[in-house]
Design a protein around this ligand. Sequence first.
Ligand SMILES: [Zn+2]
Ligand SMILES: [Zn+2]
Ligand SMILES: [Zn+2]
Length: 86
Amino acid sequence: MACTHTESIEFKAPFTDLVCKQCLDRGDKWVHLRMCMSCGNIGCCDSSKNKHARKHYLRHEHPIIRSVEPGEEWVYCFIDDEILPS
Ligand SMILES: [Zn+2]
Ligand SMILES: [Zn+2]
Ligand SMILES: [Zn+2]
């Protein structure tokens, strides 16, 4: 089924430093970074121990993220659990 949540997309590109601030504050490390496309928040991926990108979605109900890793362009919807065609 096609994702119906793309209306929440406000940000296409990160406007902030590419760090997971919540991990940085705790002195934790992350694996990959994801950007919330509703508000531009940067969080760490599900392979990271803190999963801040997913926690951000659960707390704020911002379902669409994109990878901000170099060379990665994909966009993902947490609700549909699928990579969206770009
Ligand atoms: Zn969706
Ligand atoms: Zn994190
Ligand atoms: Zn957000």
